[in-house]
Design a protein around this ligand. Structure first.
Ligand SMILES: Cc1cc2nc3c(=O)[nH]c(=O)nc-3n(C[C@H](O)[C@H](O)[C@H](O)COP(=O)(O)OP(=O)(O)OC[C@H]3O[C@@H](n4cnc5c(N)ncnc54)[C@H](O)[C@@H]3O)c2cc1C
Length: 414
């Protein structure tokens, strides 16, 4: 009803009460309000993470003496980037911290790597020795500088509702939803959610009825997170297939820049409630994302696990990544035109990937499972539409096929 919320704040032994018209819960994994309202939901994505800090500046530049690898980076320092080491069912992060320490984390799907195999420091080091021996050896060199070790079981969680305009409460950050640490989507979701929340609150405090708006923003936020979860769910196996995974990483970033990045930098999430006409267009991109994630799984199932040392330059000539990146900087002069241009380019990129992979797999006549999959792709109406969009767009707006490593380009263009 209209009555204010009553909140009790405990500071040491002193307990005080206050009232508020709105409550925004940002209590992180405590999930205070979701717990109180019975809204907590588990996630079908049940990976685990452990991490430690070592008081040393781990320098990955020293990990190989291959001159082409060493000289590839012409600006910046790869040791200062977050580096990801990947294998089937897991990734390991290396993050240099401002304090001079390095954070090392293992994130793994229990279907491949049960948490019990790496849930203590000693076990994690033994696990690294087996799967990432170079990393394990570097840690062993700094054994006495390992400072702490943390375990997070089943880090992903969901919630039945994030905003309620009638009862005037919102959940933000980990108090609402957490997906996965890969790609650092945690803070992106916090930024998107906080934009929706502040928009709603300011309007309501200005006297507007925001009940319907809260409902729309609630379903928008949960649809986006559901789509985003599919980027991770059942996809950790792909990390053992360098060819598939490098294409997936590029696709995932392209999609994030071209769709979520564009909407965010143009302040469009909060405006969806004013313009229901955009919903089918958003749904079209959500469907595209979900189909592509399924495609990556299907592809990995028929892709031999050959090692690939191919380097993919995201900013090579005719790269769509530069286009998406540039479009995301600042506000678009004509946002609607930019949205549709990005959606078209994403379909072209998806179509190029499918076309390239199908062409390559169609040559493997002798392998029944590969042929069956290639035929299924060829008769899939959704994928056929993407491939034809690709062929059509290639005539006027060609993009480079170099981002699909290990595959023969399906279409040449001059
Ligand atoms: C393994 C792992 C790696 C990650 N890596 C990254 C990354 O590289 N990049 C990235 O962007 N994100 C990363 N994230 C996600 C990111 O850390 C979180 O999404 C983010 O910190 C959540 O912020 P928050 O403010 O919601 O919660 P928190 O940062 O947890 O803050 C919640 C605060 O609320 C306080 N609190 C709790 N209960 C109460 C209460 N009852 N009363 C008062 N105060 C309370 C807590 O003390 C805390 O200070 C990672 C997450 C995991 C699990």
């Amino acid at each position: 009803g209209e009555r204010p919320h009553v909140l009790t704040v405990q500071d040491g032994n002193i307990s005080t009460s206050t009232t508020a018209r709105w409550v925004v819960d940002a209590s992180g994994r405590n999930r205070t309000l979701a717990r109180q309202l019975g809204l907590r939901r588990g996630s079908e994505h049940n990976c685990n993470a452990v991490w430690l800090r070592v008081a040393a500046e781990v320098d990955v530049n020293q990990w190989s003496d291959d001159p082409s690898w060493r000289s590839r980076l012409t600006e910046g320092d790869r040791a200062l980037s977050t580096n990801h080491l990947m294998g089937e069912g897991y990734w390991v992060w290396l993050i240099r911290l401002a304090s001079g320490a390095t954070s090392v984390g293992i994130v793994a799907d229990p279907a491949f790597h049960p948490l019990e195999r790496f849930n203590t420091l000693a076990k994690a080091q033994a696990w690294l020795g087996e799967y990432e021996p170079q990393c394990a050896a570097v840690l062993a060199q700094h054994q006495n500088s390992i400072k702490d070790f943390r375990v997070m079981r089943h880090y992903s969680h969901a919630v039945a509702k994030v905003y309620d305009g009638r009862d005037r409460w919102c959940l933000t950050g980990d108090a609402a939803i957490f997906l996965d640490p890969l790609y650092s989507s945690g803070l992106d979701l916090i930024a998107i959610g906080n934009g929706l929340i502040t928009d709603m609150l300011v309007r309501e405090l200005d006297g507007e009825d925001v009940v319907a708006r809260a409902g729309i923003s609630d379903s928008l936020f949960r649809s986006l997170t559901e789509m985003w979860l599919a980027v991770y769910r059942n996809q950790y196996g792909l990390m053992g297939s360098p060819i598939v995974m490098s294409a997936k990483v590029i696709w995932d970033i392209a999609f994030y820049w071209g769709f979520l990045g564009l909407l965010y930098s143009n302040g469009r999430f909060a405006r969806v409630a004013d313009d229901p006409g955009v919903v089918p267009h958003l749904q079209g991109l959500i469907d595209l994302s979900n189909r592509m994630q399924q495609f990556f799984r299907e592809w990995a199932a028929v892709e031999p696990r050959r090692p690939s040392a191919t380097f993919v330059d995201l900013y090579s000539p005719m790269s769509f990544m530069s286009t998406f990146h540039t479009a995301m900087i600042g506000r678009a002069t004509d946002y609607t035109a930019q949205f549709h241009a990005n959606a078209r380019l994403l379909r072209q990129v998806a179509g190029q990937l499918v076309e390239t992979v199908v062409a390559e797999k169609c040559e493997r006549f002798s392998e029944d499972d590969v042929m069956r999959q290639a035929q299924a792709w060829q008769s899939d109406a959704f994928l056929r539409e993407l491939r034809s969009a690709y062929r059509h767009e290639q005539l006027t707006n060609p993009i480079s096929p170099d981002w699909v490593p290990g595959c023969v380009p399906a279409l040449e263009f001059s």
